[in-house]
Design a protein around this ligand. Structure first.
Ligand SMILES: [Mg+2]
Length: 217
């Protein structure tokens, strides 16, 4: 008997807001459909004063009380996505690797990316659109939850955080960047300074992926 060590599989973990969506966020694009860009900007400024993600969700839920499924679809379709997302996910999967999106944004928006070929998505648990239910605060994710979900995904795929590649742009990605060996700061702000392995500025995810394509241990 002999044993052939299988090739190491990698798990690629993508942030959504500011990373796959360049210079914007799901909440901004949803608000744009409702004519509430200024209102959501004011709410997002609350994060600077310590507003928690669950309180943000409660207030956004009030702001978006009339949101329709058609407006969610329009927000998704109109968002400033990086080019090449589907192509990168297809290449990752063709290589035998896995890919996931972990986002604090509403699950009803994030899960639409399954249609683009990502293996799995995790977003904050929101009520279905149109809203009839209130926000269930424990379902709203925070930055720490990203690490917890990443570790759960690793267990599910039979890999470790040492096999992960993280792509992110801001403070909510810092904890994840700190525990994975490969990371790509995508159009990132100063919060990730010194934490990333690679950095990319531009509009095409294929170029960001090229930085880590051949770096598997
Ligand atoms: Mg982000």
């Amino acid at each position: 008997m002999f044993h052939v060590k299988p090739p190491t599989r990698r798990l690629h973990l993508f942030d959504l807001d500011g990373t796959l969506i360049r210079g914007s966020a799901a909440a901004v694009e949803i608000s744009r459909q409702l004519g509430l860009v200024d209102e959501i900007a004011a709410l997002e400024e609350g994060f600077l004063r310590g507003l928690t993600p669950d309180e943000f969700a409660v207030q956004a839920r009030e702001l978006w009380s009339a949101l329709t499924p058609e407006q969610v679809a329009a927000a998704f379709d109109g968002a400033p996505w990086l080019a090449g997302i589907r192509e990168v996910w297809a290449e990752i999967k063709a290589a035998g690797d896995h890919c996931a999106v972990i986002s604090l944004s509403p699950d009803f928006f994030v899960e639409r990316l399954l249609d683009w070929g990502v293996d799995t998505t995790h977003g904050s648990l929101w009520p279905a659109v149109p809203f009839t239910e209130p926000i269930h605060r424990p379902g709203i994710l925070d930055a720490r939850a990203k690490v917890r979900i990443a570790k759960e995904l690793c267990a599910g795929y039979g890999v470790t955080t040492a096999d992960c590649v993280a792509y992110g742009d801001s403070m909510s990605d810092a904890e994840l960047f700190a525990i994975v060996p490969e990371s790509v700061a995508v159009n990132a702000d100063h919060h990730l300074a010194g934490l990333y392995r690679h950095s990319y500025s531009g509009g095409d995810l294929r170029e960001a992926y090229a930085l880590v394509r051949n770096s598997a241990a």
